[in-house]
Design a protein around this ligand. Sequence first.
Ligand code: PLP
Length: 514
Amino acid sequence: MTEPAVSADGGAPGGKANSAPLLGRAAEPTLFELSHPGRRAWSFRTSGIPEVPIDQLVPEGHRREEPVPLAEVSERDLVAHFTRLSHRQFSVDLGAYPLGSCTMKYNPKVCDTVAGLPGLAGVHPGAPASLTQGWLALLVELEETLCEITGMAAATLQPAAGAAGELTGLLLMRAWHEARGSVRHKVIIPDSAHGTNPASVTLGGYEVITVPSDDRGCVDMEALATVLDEDVAGIMLTNPNTLGLFEEDIAAIATAVHEVGGLLYYDGANLNAILGVVRPGDMGFDIVHMNLHKTFATPHGGGGPGAGPVAVSERLVPFLPGPRAVRVESADQSPVYEWMTPPQSIGRMHTWHGNALVLARALAYIVANGGDGLRQIAETAVLNANWIRQRLTGTYDVPFDRPCMHEVVLSVRTIKQAHGVRALDVAKRLLEEGFHAPTVYFPLIVDEALMIEPTETESPQTLEALAQSLERIAHEANSHEEGWMAEFPHETPVRRVDEARAARTLVPTFDARG
Ligand SMILES: *Cc1c(COP(=O)(O)O)cnc(C)c1O
């Protein structure tokens, strides 16, 4: 027996008159406007367990007097509603998403299939190690693989995102210095750094010391020398940096920082350029965080779960968060897995074992690609970014005229000076060409920046279409009256938002179509 689910008209038997709007293409009702008393999108199988009256379960003072005001909709209307909403959205599954720094690349569906396996998805995180050997083996294999990719000794898989990894890394830095009886107050970051870096340094209890970039777009070595002293706990770097350029002096930077007793932190949010080519550990880094949700196949951008594992060199292993899955030898030499908390652990950075299914996805991605495949990802990502750079040189300004890595920073400065068109206008206009906008106004040190990361997943035809769109937009900017471009986009579900008002009045308002 089941509860009556839906009758032919989508309403449960006995439902009241329909006050919900009729649905045509022009209608964009909310779920509550679709609500119709008695409609349901679920049906429960009767369990055979006798029902317990509510007054025996919940004392009177704790019972609500009115039912929860939920929308009452049929499955059919519910599916239509969310499908309509999903069509108003742009996603990596729909088209190119060249958002620099944050790597929005296509995520192969096989990774979702793996993460959805009942033996992985259905396990309670509190189940003892003796019952979850497969899960622990997976975590150990992922940790070892990430260490091989980065050239480090061991890793924690707990942090939930890049910023959480950064904080973990800074707490590890602090724990290491304190264990040696050294009290230090400063962490150096370059002026091209991602915004989370200074935030994490402050949260980690350190003072931010900024070093400028030189005209190559790299750390200014002379400026670095003037800020290095025994009060420096370490330096945080991204290499390639957020200008998409490789820090050529990395070996000299590592030597100089280590000489004053500091540590090197690698912001590896985006490993797309270096996979299988170079390793942060070989460059001299002591701590590396990775964003599995950027490089290793977890969709992100909608605020869903991520993972920011932190890998460290040998001397920092005793301080890692715990518990960590480890392999031990049993009497008959077959591998057995256990949870272990390192002796001087900084403690937990996440409940249970982190966002475990994101970790499963990452291992699936790595295994599916293999070592050669990972290297090919990096080579293609770098090739694609350089193709875009070469193609658009002359159409837009290219602030640093040297080969880039996985992303390229262009500037709209000349066009703005001549025609008043800004990077924001170009980005908004591009939406109407069927592409997501690139990152704009970052890095902060480039005027009117457009930061494009085409990624390895787009075909030459898609790159050609993207380049043509950006060329067309530059042409329009140069041939229309000032202000013309500021009207775009015209055809997206949400047009220009009033950003000042959005920041000051935290109530969603938008200019809906039609
Ligand atoms: C995305 C990113 C981060 C932050 O990662 P979250 O997962 O968003 O916290 C840090 N550094 C760089 C270079 C990034 O691109």
